[in-house]
Each structure stands twice: as C-alpha cells, then as structure tokens.
Design a protein around this ligand. Structure first.
Ligand SMILES: *Cc1c(COP(=O)(O)O)cnc(C)c1O
Length: 408
C-alpha cells in the first residue's frame, strides 16, 4: 500500500481500545489546508538563530520590503499575527467608541473582533450569492453617519468587488480595510491585491499561502497609515526623529496606547524564504481547483465555487456547496461520510454573529444576513493546499464522487 493511503481498520472483535486508537492514528486524514517547509526555509531560520538579532533586526525590514514589492504597495508593516495586523489597521483608520465598521458574516471571527478591540461596533451586511464576498450594495445600505470603515474579506481567495467598495468609501469618506488573509497573490482587474485598498491585511498562519509560523502584514500606499501602524505595533512609541532628542539618546515618547505586536526576525526569515515560492504555490492551487472543477462539474447536488471574470483567484479554500433544496442532502451526513473516507473537510464559516459572544454580549440575532446564513448550511471546504500530491487530489475526487452519487 502506498504511503498516504488510508489503512483498512483491524477486525474490531480482536482489538483493544489502544490498538484501535493506534490504527486510527496511522490513518492519514487529509486536512483542508497544510503548510510546506523545505530545507532552504530551515537554513534561512538557522542563519538568524546564529546571528546577532532574533527580533527587531534587518530580516524584518527585508521581509516587509519583499512583501511590499510582491503586492505592489509602497509600505508593508509586519505583525505577530493576521489578527494583530487587523487590529492595527482598525486603529490606524482611527476607529474608536461610537464608530461603526461594516463587514461580512462569512469570515473568521478575527475580522469583526478587530473592530470590537477598538471599542467600535461591527455591522454585518450580507454577501453576494455567487462569490460569497461582502455585497457592496448591501454594505452601502448599512452606512450611517457613524460609519468609519468597511472591511471586505476576499473569501476563499476570490477578491472582493474592490472598485465598488472604493466608490462607496469615496462617497462617504470611509477607509477600506481589506482582509486579504485568503488572497495573497490574487489580482483584481489586473491589479494586485495589497495595492488596491487603503489598507490590506495578510496572515502567515500555516494554513495560508506562505507561513512565518504565526504572523501577519498590513500593506498600504498611505504614509500616514504606515506610521500609525508602526507606532501601534510597538507600544505606541514614536519612531520619528521629532520625538527623539539628540542630547538624550535614551529618550523616547509614547503617544498612543499600543501593543507589542512585533514579528521576529526568526519568523521573517521563514517568510522571506517561503515568499520565493508564492507563484509556484498559487499555480499549484489553481491546477488543483481546475481538476476539481472538471471532476465535480457534473456531479448531482454539488456546486463548485464561482469565479468572476477579471480576477486571479488565490484558492486558499475550495468550498463546495450542496445544491439545496432540490437535492435535500444533509450537510452533516455528507461531512460525516467524507471524513469516514479520510478527508478532513471543514466549514468556512459559521456566520460570525451566530457565536454566543455576539448574541449574548452584543444582542445580535440570526436572520440578519439570509444569503450568508443559507450558504453556511451548504458549505464544505475540501482539501486545498499547494503541497497536495496528485494522488491526494485524485483521492479527494474519488471520495467526493462516491459520496455524492450515493446520497443524491
Ligand atoms: C487566518 C485569518 C485571519 C487571522 O489570521 P491569524 O494570522 O490567524 O491571526 C483573519 N481573517 C481571515 C479571513 C483569516 O482567514
């Protein structure tokens, strides 16, 4: 039997619990996402470990410059996570108590939480039925005199309708903070994600396109935002000469309530090395998506993720949808069957305002965004990562076809 194939379970009658557990442990569950680390990455990290500086050193600057260059932005500021980067962007945009920011419910909770961190109110607007990205006209309907920002998310790696959001922002004087944690390397109408919105946020968590272990980045063309991002990352301490004193080298000024949200040189070395393979990673993900499209296009009850013309999709996720109500398949049952066949499928995402914190502490109720809620019941994320072997891709296709033919 080839490496990576699920092993048949041992006969139940003769197994102890321990043996059963060990059989299960050896059955490789194919995850929905996974990092790849190569020898050159390890060498890059070791080099930093042998150097003078483990943090606040030259590799941070080099990684920031490389990401800025890769996405076509003037500035890039590294953070300890994508979540810290989102928080900093919300701070840099000037949000505080009494302000509102509009975002999508179909995202990881960190997007909306970052608004709460600054004491402002997240306002959820519904998504487009095809891409499941925040719908610009729904967002525009939720603008009030208190709205300061919109946080669109490039769901699954498909860029949000950025032209439309920038037009809404122009009309109302808002800041667009694009959560592009799924979309490093994506393009929208020929322009790179990262250089389009007022601020764009990336994550380098291991399930994303490149990793630093934990890490994130904000890219922007605006010097003022870049300055505020840097201050916020470092306790609110000013870096600028005007806040220093040539006669007192120890002197510095803290002017804002910031955090320690720095990314270390160790993480940045890994990120710099990983970044050299970004285009290859994107191409591999696109090839897997293409193969899935071909294989699933004719399966009853299954809808493949949409791609609008004029975008390069980054394929962070491959979320299929059950075509209900015509087929009436039970999503929980489909997931159970797929997992029984060794596919570690997942769901992206539980609508954020359904979480107990949002219901109990903020008084939000189901029914707010019906398109997103309907989609939530249909979504299943299949394995999608650049390190997938062709045998693993084919394994997914066989299992999915098997389950959908049996249940349809
Ligand atoms: C991963 C992710 C985040 C958070 O990034 P971390 O680096 O894990 O903090 C935020 N938003 C979205 C949409 C994400 O996928």
């Amino acid at each position: 039997m080839a490496e990576g194939e699920p092993k048949a379970a041992a006969p139940l009658a003769s197994t102890t619990l321990a043996l059963e557990a060990s059989v299960q442990a050896r059955t490789p569950m194919l995850p929905y996402g996974r990092h790849t680390v190569v020898e050159a990455d390890i060498q890059a990290v070791v080099e930093v470990l042998r150097s003078e500086r483990l943090t606040q050193g030259p590799v941070v600057d080099a990684f920031e410059a490389a990401v800025a260059e890769a996405v076509g932005a003037r500035y890039a500021v590294a953070f300890s996570s994508g979540t810290a980067a989102l928080h900093a962007a919300v701070f840099a945009a000037g949000l505080g108590p009494g302000d509102e920011a509009i975002t999508t419910p179909l995202t990881f909770c960190a997007t909306a939480n970052s608004v709460l961190y600054q004491g402002a109110q997240p306002v959820f607007a519904d998504v487009c039925p095809d891409t499941l990205n925040l719908d610009p006209s729904e967002a525009a309907r939720r603008v009030t005199p208190r709205t300061k920002a919109i946080l669109p998310v490039d769901y699954a790696g498909h860029p949000a309708d950025l032209d439309a959001f920038l037009a809404v922002a122009d009309r109302h004087g808002l800041v667009i903070i694009e959560d592009a944690c799924h979309a490093l390397g994506a393009t929208f109408k020929g322009k790179r994600v990262g250089g389009l919105s007022h601020m764009t946020v990336f994550s380098f968590h291991p399930v994303k396109h490149i990793t630093t272990g934990e890490g994130g980045m904000v890219t922007t063309d605006h010097q003022g935002f870049a300055r505020r991002l840097r201050v916020f990352r470092q306790h609110g301490i000013e870096e600028d000469e005007r806040h220093r004193d040539p006669h007192r080298p120890w002197y510095y000024e803290m002017t804002e309530l910031g955090y320690n949200y720095r990314l270390s040189d160790i993480g940045c070395a890994l990120g710099l090395s990983q970044l050299t393979r970004l285009q290859a990673n994107l191409e591999r993900r696109a090839a897997i998506a293409q193969r899935y499209h071909e294989a699933f296009g004719s399966l009853p009850g299954l809808r493949c993720p949409a791609q609008r013309s004029g975008v390069r999709h980054a394929w962070h996720l491959y979320p299929i949808r059950l075509e209900s109500p015509t087929h009436g398949m039970d999503r929980a049952k489909v997931i159970h069957e797929l997992r029984a066949r060794g596919l570690g499928v997942s769901v992206h995402f539980i609508p954020v305002y359904w979480h107990p914190y949002y219901r109990q502490r903020l008084g939000m109720r189901p029914g707010l965004c019906p398109v997103a809620e309907d989609a939530y019941h249909q979504l299943i994320s299949l394995p999608m990562f650049h390190g997938m072997g062709q045998d693993e891709v084919e394994r997914v296709i066989v299992a999915v076809a098997d389950v959908f033919r049996a249940l349809a």
